[in-house]
Design a protein around this ligand. Structure first.
Ligand code: ATP
Ligand code: MG
Length: 653
């Protein structure tokens, strides 16, 4: 610990956060070297490639070597501490090594989900002012190839800051290279075939060299920090080592230095580049990973989120690796080659904790239980959900069908802004009750507060309000890149002295929390305020309905009316009148008559973000017939879904 000082947040009159600043080794050390020292052959990553059965394992030693090579490569090409590197790659070990290589040399990474269009990528590169991009020639997902390198080529045309693009080979298909491109194969000394595996896998020679060095060091019986210092001194003098690139001196960082920026999913508007810092983020990711999922040494952790989202950052990369765990990187889709993919993978890789999104659970539920029952899921211990409120039907299915009623389901509430899980059940305490569909209790150090419409704190239970957090916690984002004012305005000013999440929550009589959805999605029907998620939850309980999106629209009498977009389960065909009757019965029984849908529209799909969240703001605009006001659609997954809805609405009206 070199120095400590206290940081205050100016927007909160010094009340907000207070962080002890320390110097620490870059996170590649905390996530890799520490474990290489004690268990070099432990598997760090299992790359679950698109084709089932073609998984690829990377040990901690291999991942460290890969990271060091990349770190050296970046340094040799002028990437410095404080720079920002954009990573446009699918989930794969090289992407993780790229993140850690940036961390190792003190550069910030900016991972952009590899499904984004050239325009969305360019916007994020420009905002981040990256001069370096790392990508792969092609992506492989759901049996299809995507032209990632070509997308980068188009994007960088409108990004004057970009000076170099590193290109790795995910497939054997060559790509046209431009003057800015650097083939990643240069990482190796071009001794062997230039394939991705060759980049990923060190040769026997590399290994010998590394272990000789380690033996040398252990002779001194030195501690961890001393070992790094020695590696640094020795590598300075050992030309051979430098040439082989297996050692890369880690930067010493301040606890409040930037670790990465990450743009939010964009469900509500223009994406924000949230900035996370070194010490607090890693601590929080590691703690939550261990305690929320009850992760134990030797477990295989299966988070299926893409590394392009915060879930992938915290629970595929930083959390599991900081804990010396084995993390699965999922390259495929839940229905490739069939809807049994997740569970076949659970059986084959012996996954102990599975962490996924409600949108995928709802999708799989549509296909029926046989796809789950086919596979052995006895290794599973904890099931996690994140991203949206999980409706009761999906929760029950996850619990009883996937988890055989045996595995606790943790519905984890958090955001890109919070860095890690904030409200969640904690199965490591076996006596703690879990109520279906509830996020339950705050994690250690999190103090939730509910606010009423006047901005006053609600102190009683059995009440709903705007969800805020009353004190700082280690994993919180520190700012929005290049726009601190927007950070203050969005999160700190709405309820001075509190962090405002933008979500609504209900606190039960027992003091448990249930997330009711985004506050933007709260509607006021005949004077009753209700979260649309609550209505969706009931609509989804109808046996014919796979999923739904409810929005409010302007209504002469009620103020706002309830408009329900509904997707039916596979093979279901139902008369409009019949569906309307069923939904009205259900909603009036489970909520109240006022919440019954005034309009029901059946669609084959809903507009979603690339991370699988329903974009209700787009639906609102379509219903208002404000097609010019649809806003930023760069994060929209399938524009055809919006088109379909527009066409149906035009026919109705
Ligand atoms: P943007 O902020 O750009 O609109 P986003 O909010 O979708 O995008 P994320 O940070 O990925 O981006 O998502 C966090 C949000 O997802 C939360 O604020 C909440 O609305 C929702 N969410 C996440 N987990 C849960 C959960 N377990 N239950 C209910 N909602 C959740
Ligand atoms: Mg958000």
């Amino acid at each position: 610990m070199h120095h400590a000082d206290v940081m205050m947040n100016e927007a909160n009159n010094g009340r907000f956060y207070c962080v002890y600043r320390v110097s620490l080794w870059a996170h590649a050390v905390n996530c890799l070297d520490r474990h290489v020292h004690t268990c070099p052959e432990r598997v760090a990553l299992i790359w679950e490639r698109d084709e089932p059965g073609s998984e690829f394992k990377v040990t901690y030693r291999q991942l460290l070597e890969m990271t060091c090579r990349l770190g050296n490569l970046l340094r040799r090409h002028g990437v410095k501490r404080g720079d920002c590197v954009t990573i446009y790659m699918p989930s794969c070990p090289l992407a993780v090594a790229s993140m850690l290589a940036c961390a190792r040399i003190g550069a910030a990474h900016n991972v952009v989900f590899a499904g984004f269009s050239a325009e969305a990528l360019a916007e994020r590169i420009r905002d981040a002012q990256s001069s370096t991009v790392i990508t792969v020639n092609q992506g492989v997902r759901g049996g299809k190839l995507t032209e990632l390198k070509k997308t980068v080529d188009t994007a960088v045309q409108s990004c004057p800051t970009v000076q170099q693009v590193f290109v790795a080979m995910r497939t054997e298909n060559p790509v046209a290279m431009t003057a800015k491109d650097v083939a990643m194969e240069e990482v190796r000394e071009q001794k062997e075939n230039q394939t991705l595996i060759k980049i990923l896998m060190p040769t026997a020679e590399d290994r010998k060299l590394y272990f000789n060095k380690r033996k040398q060091l252990s002779l001194f019986g030195c501690g961890f920090i001393t070992m790094l210092w020695l590696l640094h001194v020795i590598s300075d003098n050992a030309q051979e080592m430098q040439k082989e690139d297996v050692v890369c001196e880690p930067a010493a960082m301040d606890s409040e230095d930037v670790l990465f920026l990450l743009y939010t999913s964009g469900s509500t508007g223009k994406p924000k580049g949230l900035v996370h810092t070194q010490a607090g983020y890693l601590l929080y990711a590691a703690l939550t990973h261990r305690y929320v999922f009850s992760y134990h040494d030797g477990d295989v952790f299966g988070c299926v989120a893409d590394i392009g989202w915060i879930t992938g950052h915290s629970y595929s990369v930083y959390g599991p690796l900081a804990n010396g765990g084995t993390s699965v990187l999922f390259e495929s889709t839940p229905i490739y080659p069939d809807p049994g993919r997740y569970w076949e993978m659970v059986q084959r890789l012996k996954i102990n904790q599975f962490y996924g999104a409600p949108t995928a659970i709802r999708l799989l539920l549509k296909y029926g239980n046989q796809w789950v029952h086919k596979y052995d899921r006895s290794t599973l211990k904890t099931l996690g959900s994140v991203g949206e409120p999980i409706n009761t039907e999906a929760w029950e299915w996850y619990h009883t069908v996937v988890g055989d009623g045996r595995c606790p389901v943790v519905d984890t509430w958090w955001q890109t802004e919070t860095g890690g899980i904030c409200i969640t059940p904690r199965p490591s305490n076996p006596d703690a009750e879990i109520v279906p569909g509830m996020a339950m209790r705050p994690f250690f150090g999190i103090k939730p507060a509910l606010m009423d419409t006047e901005g006053e704190v609600l102190t009683s239970n059995h009440t709903s309000g705007a969800l805020c957090i009353a004190q700082p916690w280690p994993g919180m984002a520190r700012t929005i890149h290049n726009n601190h004012q927007r950070f203050i305005e969005t999160y700190c000013q709405p309820y001075p002295g509190y962090f405002f999440t933008g979500d609504g929550a209900y606190r039960s009589k027992e003091g448990y929390y249930q997330i009711t959805g985004r506050l933007d999605d709260v509607i006021n029907v005949s004077g009753h305020r209700i979260g649309t998620a609550e209505i969706e939850d009931v609509v989804n309980q109808c046996s014919q309905v796979a999923e739904s999106a409810v929005i409010g629209y302007s209504h002469n009498i009620k103020g706002e009316g309830v408009y329900a977009f509904v997707v039916l389960k596979k093979g279901m065909d139902v008369e409009e009148m019949d569906l309307s009757r069923q939904l009205n019965d259900l909603v009036s029984k489970k909520i109240a008559k006022y919440a019954c849908p005034d309009c029901i529209q059946v669609n084959s799909r809903l507009p979603k973000t690339r991370s699988g969240k329903i974009m209700r703001r787009v639906l609102r605009k379509v219903v208002e017939q404000d097609l010019n006001g649809l806003g930023d659609l760069s994060t929209l997954d399938d524009p055809a879904a919006v088109q379909e809805i527009i066409e149906v609405i035009v026919n109705i009206i």
